[in-house]
Design a protein around this ligand. Structure first.
Ligand SMILES: [Cu+2]
Length: 169
């Protein structure tokens, strides 16, 4: 194999890596670089019009130091941390209605959040930062009202699966 051909193959390899998902491509350059994760606040899910008043996505697993940007795509929503679903030492946040808010999460653990006007309609979400274990069970056991209750049962089921935890009987 001559030099030119070898260089060509090298380039091809780089191009293949770059065509992978942005996250994976980023991981090849700097796995520790902070990432901004976007969560939309929606009155209607454009992919399923029957789903109303939602955070999309409503479950994310991120690294310590990453930022979550809540985007007021639709009006009438906000993002507020559930004060009983935060790791010890983590700061709570409270966004204004119809406004974007960015939070940078450095403390590892589970973070619950909700939309103030639609909390009991089930407009809630869950963020796992790094190692979930510190307050995960406590967050799971937090009291919920209205439809937030079934929403969190569903969220923790999906989080368990994503974290590779055994199914509860
Ligand atoms: Cu809302």
């Amino acid at each position: 194999m001559n030099h030119t051909r070898r260089n060509h193959l090298k380039l091809l390899g780089a191009a293949t890596l770059a065509s992978l998902s942005p996250r994976m491509a980023m991981a090849t350059t700097d796995a520790t670089a902070p990432v901004i994760h976007e969560v939309q606040m929606l009155s209607k899910d454009p992919d399923d019009k029957k789903r109303r008043n939602i955070f999309k996505p409503d479950l994310i697993c991120i690294k310590p130091g990453d930022t979550v940007r809540f985007i007021a795509t639709d009006k009438g929503h906000n993002s507020v941390a559930n004060t009983d679903m935060l790791p010890e030492g983590a700061e709570a946040w409270k966004g204004k209605i119809s406004k974007d808010i960015e939070v940078t999460l450095t403390v590892e653990g589970a973070y619950g959040f909700h939309c103030m006007p639609h909390r009991t309609l089930g407009m809630v979400g869950l963020i796992i930062v790094g190692d979930h274990s510190g307050n995960y069970e406590a967050a799971k056991a937090a009291k919920q009202s209205g439809k937030a209750k079934s929403a969190y049962v569903d969220l923790f089921e999906r989080a368990d699966a994503q974290l590779g935890l055994p199914k509860e009987g």
